[in-house]
Write a new protein. Structure first.
Length: 233
């Protein structure tokens, strides 16, 4: 499903009675209404990808002497044109780091061994002082680590976009309810407020059903438990 198809579904469904729908083509949202839908859609995607592990990615970092805190931010990526003292995220032009971290979940050393996290009684424990930061107290210069993280969906941009929305099928309808709920909730009148609450309850109901049935599936990108570091050494 792409963004235009998503807006078409809203025009024919949850938002069909609103002025935001084109007066001549009832399957289209007016251009001046698409920006609001895009804004709420991106918020809904962050909400879903935070609630559920829908996308898992990996970042390869190379540590350096004198540095203990490593932030998963694009200015520290090798392919980023920013000027910083050390670039330690070893990405490539083909697969650039996108700064899409929601939560760091695991860290592996160069031979694929999972390392303890936030365990003070473990001498080789790593720490997570921030959601996108790894603290490595004991390491050798030049060592590589694989950081596995829960990632967010790519931001949808452009009101005429045909950008794909990559979510499991069951969440497509959930996103329609989320966006419709936000649209109605921002309109004046008790009836609109009530309609907004109704749509949000439907969104939450779908999420609860997925949690109970454990029917969400995680997409993985570039995961390699035993690191292939050739080309970075």
């Amino acid at each position: 499903m792409d963004f235009r198809e998503f807006t078409n579904r809203l025009a024919l469904g949850e938002l069909s009675n609103l002025a935001v729908v084109d007066s001549e083509d009832k399957s289209e949202i007016r251009e001046d209404g698409r920006a609001s839908i895009m804004f709420h859609l991106n918020r809904g995607l962050v909400n879903l990808f935070t609630k559920f592990m829908l996308l898992e990615k990996e970042a390869l970092i190379r540590v350096s002497a004198g540095t203990t805190n490593y932030f998963l931010r694009k200015e520290f990526a090798a392919t980023n044109p920013s000027v910083v003292p050390v670039k330690y995220i070893m990405d490539t032009e083909a697969t650039p780091f996108k700064e899409d971290v929601l939560k760091i979940t695991e860290v592996f050393n160069s031979v694929g061994v999972a390392l303890p996290i936030d365990q003070e009684d473990e001498p080789y424990s790593l720490y997570l002082p921030e959601y996108d930061c790894i603290q490595i107290p004991n390491t050798n210069d030049g060592q590589f680590y694989s950081v596995v993280y829960q990632a967010k969906h790519e931001t949808i941009t452009g009101v005429d976009s045909t950008q794909e929305i990559h979510v499991p099928l069951i969440f497509e309808e959930a996103l329609q309810y989320y966006v419709a709920g936000k649209i109605f909730s921002n309109m004046n009148g008790k009836e609109n407020t009530a309609k907004g609450v109704e749509h949000m309850m439907q969104y939450l109901s779908i999420c609860q059903e997925v949690e109970q049935k454990d029917s969400a599936r995680t997409a993985t990108v570039g995961l390699n438990r035993k690191l292939n570091i050739r080309g970075f050494e």
